[in-house]
Structure formats: structure tokens, C-alpha cells
Write a protein of this length. Structure first.
Length: 329
């Protein structure tokens, strides 16, 4: 068994807890095969003029290298001492510097794991980004603001050691799902803007725990009632009347400021995390001059099922690319 270590405790080499390599499709591997016959080949050469000898095949066409031809490395990195303070880094050791994507899983703040975001992480790695798939302390481990603190620490660790993973520390977005969407938007409105943060994405984000608390009070929807309970648990088991400062800290719209990054969120029309969450944030961001786009899709799909709706992932990817590859100067 490998022992996890913190970034601050040891040298940079001890950042790595585990590693793996994923490879491209067989077609991509084929494009990296040698395009000429090896000089050391031991195959018997046909006799000169032998009519039965097959003609020498032409060399295959030169194919431009695919970003994942040589495989994408995946390393599990510790950014703190707790077992949940880990992130998987998807990167390539080709000397290039890439924009970054931070992915945050959902799960009512009390469950879930980064492994649920593996397919999403791979999709962004295949698009050429350095990807950081984050775990964080759950509400069963520590109350708010531990989850926001962990997300900020993960981002700070990635930026501090950016050259290790070919990551541009001044060009990244944060993508969160459900409870992870709460964390992504909370990071996006933290203080007066994070250095290098170019955009925030929330898929079914619980932007307003207070709205979840209110909507779940006497709702016939079991998920809304569960979300209300989860929000109370995130606040350390304390309701908003007794612990107003904690609830104000959790309430993302209250922290909007003019240097916040632009935001994109998506909700289903009839899901239990209502679009009202995002509309509250959009109103506050508009007041300080920050752009926010809210997408709605038909149905009840929530979080990952919503993201898999036809065309939605592509819209999100295009929006991200517009922010990360936007001309500067």
C-alpha cells in the first residue's frame, strides 16, 4: 500500500501517489507506427527479377500526431493530509503548456467520488486540456467551508506546480456537477476573483443552499426534501435561523463581485435543483457587470444525466474554448 503525502511536506517528487497511462484508440496507435521498413529487418529479400515476388508496397501516408497518440499520464496527487484531499491529474509530457480544467463531482456534499468524473475528465484531456479531477472533504468529514477550502487548495496546488503537468496557471476553468456546481460557483465568487480563472461551469448547480432549504420544506419531491437535509448537514447540522453567518457564507449569490469570472450553468426544466438557483446568481452578477449564461433543457435529468443530453456537452465545451482560447492584448 502506498502512503499519501502532502505537497508541503516533501519534495515535488512526493506529490505523486499513483500513476497510470491511458492510450488513444487503435486508430491513433496505428498513426504512430513507423512509416518505413526497419534497416535491421530479418525478413528474406526476394530475388532480383523473381516474377513471383510481390511489389514493394508504398509507404503509408504521414498522419499528423494525435494529442493522445503517446498516451495521457494520470497521476493521483495529494494537496492536503486528509484522505479525501486528492486529485487525479490528466496530462501529457510533451513539453507543451495547456489550459486547465478542474472537475468537481457531486453527491449531496456527503457522498460521491472523483472516479464518477472519469469519463468527463478523459473527454477534456482528449480535447487537449490538462485536467484536474478533484476529491474534497465531504460534509461527513467536516462542515462548510471545508469543501470550498479544499477546492481552493487543489487549485492553488495545481497552479504552484504547474510546470510538472504542462499547465498554464493563468488560464483555467472550473466545472462542477450538482453539489460540485455549488463549489465551482462558490470558488468563482470567492473574494474578488481568483488569479487565472477564466470561467465557471455548473451542471445542475446548487447555487443557493437557502433556496434548497426553502423549496424542500414541505415538498412532495423526495429529492428536494433530501437536498434540504443535505444543506443543513453541510452547515454542520445548524439551520439558517440559528447559524445565519454559515448560511450566508454558503450562499453563492451574496458574494458576487465585479472581478468574478463569467459563468455558464445548465438545468433541466423539471429537475429538483430548480433553475431559480442560477437565476438568482445571474441577477447578482449582472448587477456587478459579469456575464452569465443559463441553459435549460426539457425533462428532469440532473447532473451527469443532464450533461449527457444531446448537444449539451458540446455547448459547454464550446463555451469553455471561447474563454480559454480567447485572444489577449
Amino acid at each position: 500500500m502506498r502512503t499519501a503525502v502532502t505537497v508541503s511536506a516533501l519534495a515535488l517528487a512526493t506529490l505523486v501517489i499513483g500513476s497510470a497511462t491511458v492510450h488513444a484508440s487503435p486508430a491513433a496507435h496505428a498513426s504512430s507506427a513507423p512509416s518505413h521498413t526497419s534497416a535491421t529487418s530479418t525478413a528474406k529479400k526476394p530475388a532480383k527479377g523473381d516474377p513471383t515476388s510481390p511489389p514493394t508496397p508504398p509507404p503509408p501516408p504521414v498522419v499528423a500526431p494525435d494529442p493522445l497518440v503517446h498516451g495521457t499520464d494520470i497521476k493521483t496527487i495529494s494537496y492536503g493530509s486528509h484522505v479525501r484531499q486528492r486529485m487525479d491529474v490528466w496530462y501529457q509530457s510533451d513539453g507543451l503548456t495547456r489550459p486547465g480544467i478542474f472537475v468537481i463531482h457531486g453527491g449531496w456534499w456527503s457522498s460521491g467520488d472523483k472516479k464518477l468524473m472519469t469519463a468527463v475528465s478523459q473527454s477534456y484531456a482528449e480535447l487537449g486540456y490538462t485536467v484536474f479531477n478533484i476529491n474534497y472533504r465531504l460534509s461527513t468529514d467536516a462542515p462548510w467551508p471545508a469543501q470550498r477550502t479544499d477546492t481552493l487548495d487543489a487549485i492553488a496546488t495545481a497552479r504552484r506546480h504547474a510546470p510538472l503537468w504542462g499547465f498554464d496557471p493563468n488560464n483555467y476553468v472550473v466545472v462542477g456537477f450538482s453539489a460540485g456546481g455549488h463549489l465551482s460557483t462558490a470558488v468563482g465568487t470567492y473574494k474578488d476573483g481568483l488569479p487565472g480563472l477564466r470561467g465557471v461551469v455548473g451542471i445542475s448547480p446548487v447555487v443557493s443552499p437557502m433556496t434548497a432549504y426553502t423549496e424542500g420544506a414541505e415538498s412532495p419531491d423526495a429529492n428536494k426534501r433530501k437536498l434540504r437535509t443535505a444543506a443543513i448537514k453541510l452547515a454542520g447540522g445548524c439551520g439558517p435561523a440559528k447559524c445565519p453567518k454559515i448560511w450566508a457564507s454558503m450562499e453563492v449569490p451574496l458574494h458576487a463581485s465585479r472581478r468574478d469570472a463569467p459563468v455558464l450553468t445548465a438545468h433541466s426544466e423539471d429537475e429538483f435543483v430548480s433553475v431559480e438557483h442560477s437565476l438568482q446568481l445571474k441577477t447578482r452578477l449582472r448587477q456587478v457587470g459579469v456575464d452569465m449564461t443559463v441553459l435549460t433543457e426539457p425533462g428532469t435529468g440532473h447532473s451527469a444525466p443532464l450533461y449527457r443530453m444531446p448537444g449539451l456537452a458540446e455547448q459547454v465545451q464550446d463555451w469553455i474554448a471561447d474563454r480559454l482560447f480567447e485572444p489577449t492584448g
